[in-house]
Design a protein around this ligand. Structure first.
Ligand code: SDX
Length: 382
């Protein structure tokens, strides 16, 4: 029997089971396949965490080596993808570039599949597709930023692991170990978060037996929104608006009077702080020291303190991530595409899980439109 109470935004609704991650607001914790995300961020490469999300266990050295070899083989920016991005206006939103790139890859990889029942692919094919998108996204995201800056693409370096290679692709410089570590941690923290809006979007699309690429394209569309992934970009716009720590009080007075949502704060599930924030803030602190930017830490901490004091609403992961990516040198417009490059691991783990135990996702609705009425000139067939 349907539960008649409407749960707008599906707030508090348990839509299905998952073994991929556990978000626990009571203990303010996040487990990826049982491991606390803080422990993974402090000890693992993002490649190993992606393996864990896909396979359910951390990889052995041999398994990781095998995955790394496949990942390196698929890092190159495909010419069809580069061409598709180059055809977009230079001021297209980078999330639209990434969405287009994944769509092009999907059209190519599924070409020749004429029977729609075959589009979904086998678990083995989708695991391969997941790793290939994981491998391809750094070149796509970094090319977008370089193109906007009038720079040519940089070729991947097989001597660099995922995080270091991503930074190399973006900046064309040997990345510093401090920056690589902070970036690697951010990728792990962004990788997965149960049934968030973009992941649930991917599961809805997967539940119709559509293909993995269509599900990822839909997820990218969902993540772009400022209430979700787009918040990390919006945090930087807020920092630019405020200017410096001494301006925070006045800015907050005005923003709250205008009933603005302060981006980077609040969460649908966590209500007393986001479990990932302390780890990402620690990574931000290493970057503040590395780039000698105490002003960033002062502004960050002043806004956090004042907003928590006034509204009792705590930062989410997007709050420390935005300034961190800014210090590393990423354009604000590139922030959410970085979120895509990380969350592709979680999205595809959920797509594989949905495929393994599928039921079409189709909720009910409560009709509140006009009562039944009829067309005056209609004459029913007798
Ligand atoms: C992510 O789901 C996930 O797991 C997402 C994510 C992931 O890893 O996938 O964690 C990533 O998306 C993090 C969230 C990023 N978004 C933002 O930072 C945007 C700003 N945050 C808000 O829009 C809001 O906090 C949401 C959307 C994140 C959650 O909001 P809810 O749960 O729907 O709660 P709500 O909007 O109904 O807010 C409850 C009250 C409201 O006040 P009243 O209208 O009842 O008076 O709190 C207020 C809100 O106005 N409020 C805020 C606020 N967040 C909540 N007021 C000002 N600024 C905010 N940021």
């Amino acid at each position: 029997m349907a539960d008649n109470e409407i749960k707008k935004g599906l707030a508090g609704v348990i839509a299905d089971e998952t073994a991929v991650s556990k978000v626990n607001p009571e203990t303010n914790s996040l487990l990826y396949r049982g491991y606390p995300v803080q422990e993974l961020a402090a000890t693992q490469s993002f490649e190993a965490v992606a393996y864990l999300l896909w396979h359910g266990e951390l990889p052995t050295d041999e398994q990781l080596d095998e995955q790394r070899a496949t990942e390196r083989a698929h890092r190159a920016l495909a010419p069809e993808v580069k061409d598709a991005i180059d055809r977009l206006p230079l001021d297209s939103h980078p999330m639209d570039e990434v969405r287009t790139a994944v769509s092009v890859i999907g059209a190519i990889e599924t070409a020749g599949i004429s029977n729609v029942l075959d589009a979904v692919g086998t678990p083995e094919e989708n695991l391969q597709r997941s790793l290939q998108l994981f491998a391809a996204l750094p070149a796509i995201v970094s090319y977008g930023q370089r193109r906007r800056r009038g720079l040519e693409a940089v070729d991947s370096r097989d001597d660099l692991d995922y995080a270091a290679n991503f930074l190399w692709l973006t900046f064309g410089e040997e990345p510093d170990a401090v920056v690589v570590d902070a970036f690697n941690r951010s990728m792990i923290l962004y990788a997965e978060h149960s049934f968030n809006a973009s992941t649930f979007t991917a599961r809805v699309i997967t539940s119709t037996l559509s293909d993995l690429y269509s599900a990822v394209v839909g997820a990218i569309g969902a993540l772009k929104g400022p209430l979700h992934g787009g918040a990390n970009e919006a945090v930087m716009h807020i920092f630019d608006e405020i200017g410096g720590a001494s301006e925070v009080s006045g800015w907050l007075d005005k923003a709250l009077a205008e009933k603005r949502k302060i981006m980077g704060f609040g969460h649908r599930v966590y209500k007393r702080g986001d479990s990932r924030v302390p780890t990402m803030k620690a990574a931000l602190d290493t970057l503040v020291a590395h780039y000698d930017r105490p002003d960033v830490a002062e502004l960050y901490e002043t806004l956090e303190r004042e907003f928590v004091e006034r509204k009792g609403i705590y930062p989410n992961l997007d709050y420390p991530s935005g300034p961190a990516y800014n210090l590393i040198g990423y354009d604000t417009l590139t922030f959410t595409p970085l979120f895509v490059a990380a969350r592709i691991s979680g999205w595809t783990a959920h797509i594989l899980e949905q495929q393994a135990s599928n039921a079409l996702i189709r909720p009910l609705s409560a009709y509140n439109g006009p009562d039944e009425r009829h067309i005056a000139e209609y004459e029913p067939d007798t």
